[in-house]
Design a protein around this ligand. Structure first.
Ligand code: CP
Length: 316
């Protein structure tokens, strides 16, 4: 179907096309402003969000479509005991595309199976966050001109970090990436993600605890927040939350063209002083997130961008 539960639902050729479309959209905002006229997006957000919900919604509005939905499940009928499946059997009568965020892993898959219109996973618990990965790929493409042949450090909460899982899964498909997995022992990368790297002939990984000793090797440093909402035990969270703090001192050890990414929100893991460093790319990611969601939304509902020329087969 046209659902996007993980980026495995999108072919590598389609991912390249989406990257190309996002660049076109950025340069032709007026021309694309009526692309999705008459379409309606539903955002069903059972978990807090700033960037993902607002950019999904802005993306549809900037394409000329409209938006309905809820932010925070307390006002929806889930509080009366309604299932995700019944919610989607209902909402998919109203709209052309649904974006869903939910605290439980697998919620987006359940939603997609019950829906008659495309469902896009906007984050399901500690599992996957495919549209964040689209923003990350667009940022790598614009910084390096490529999304392969990179040494990518991922730092922080690699157990529950759904953005990390989606990004690793997707970079493995394009290949030629060395991953440096930087985390405390309690927050290491899950087995199903490691399996993905190990089954990719052109990819490799190392697991380390210390950031300073490896930062000089990295082309990309993907920082993540230790996520309070995923912990069962507050003491564990308090003990681990400040394990990594990227500041200007640590940045002195990094390559002059390293890119610092972070899906945001951040708490303490990147000092605000780093924002002024030209290597800080996390607010570019935010902009790319909206552009990639515009590309994805128009694609899944089947609306062509006026004046857009698809990539040649050799570029896919
Ligand atoms: N990156 C991201 O998913 O941010 P929000 O939780 O604010 O949507």
């Amino acid at each position: 179907g046209r659902h996007v539960v993980t980026l495995d639902d999108v072919s590598t050729a389609q991912i390249r096309e989406l990257l190309h479309k996002a660049q076109y959209i950025d340069a032709h905002r007026k021309e694309v402003a009526h692309t999705c006229e008459g379409r309606v997006l539903a955002t069903l957000f059972y978990e807090p969000s700033t960037r993902t919900r607002l950019s999904f919604e802005t993306a549809m509005l900037r394409l000329g479509g409209k938006v309905i939905g809820f932010a925070g499940a307390q006002l929806a009928s889930v509080t009366k005991g309604e299932s995700i499946a019944d919610t989607l059997k209902t909402v998919s009568n109203y709209v052309d595309v649904v974006a869903i965020r939910h605290p439980k892993e697998g919620a987006a898959l359940v939603a997609s199976r019950a829906s008659s219109v495309p469902v896009i996973n906007a984050g399901d618990g500690g599992h996957m966050h495919p549209t964040q990965t689209l923003a990350d790929l667009a940022t790598l493409q614009s910084r390096f001109g490529r999304i392969t042949d990179l040494t990518v450090g991922l730092c922080g909460d690699l157990t529950f970090g759904r953005t990390v899982h989606s990004l690793i899964e997707t970079l493995c498909r394009f290949g030629n990436v060395h991953f440096v997995l930087i985390s405390p022992d309690e927050l290491k990368t899950p087995r199903y993600v490691i399996d993905r790297i190990e089954s990719t002939a052109t990819c490799s990984y190392t697991e380390v605890r210390d950031l300073s000793s490896v930062i000089g090797d990295l082309d990309v440093l993907y920082m993540t927040r230790v996520q309070k909402e995923r912990f069962f035990n507050e003491d564990d969270y308090l003990r681990l939350r400040d394990t990594y703090i990227l500041d200007t001192e640590k940045m002195k050890l990094a390559k002059p063209n390293m890119a610092v990414l972070h899906p945001l929100p951040r708490v303490n893991e990147i000092a605000v002083e780093v924002d002024d460093d030209p290597r800080a790319a996390y607010f570019e990611q935010v902009k790319n997130g909206m552009l990639m969601r515009m590309a994805l939304e128009s694609s899944v509902v089947g609306d062509e961008l006026p004046g857009y020329e698809p990539l040649e087969p050799k570029e896919l």
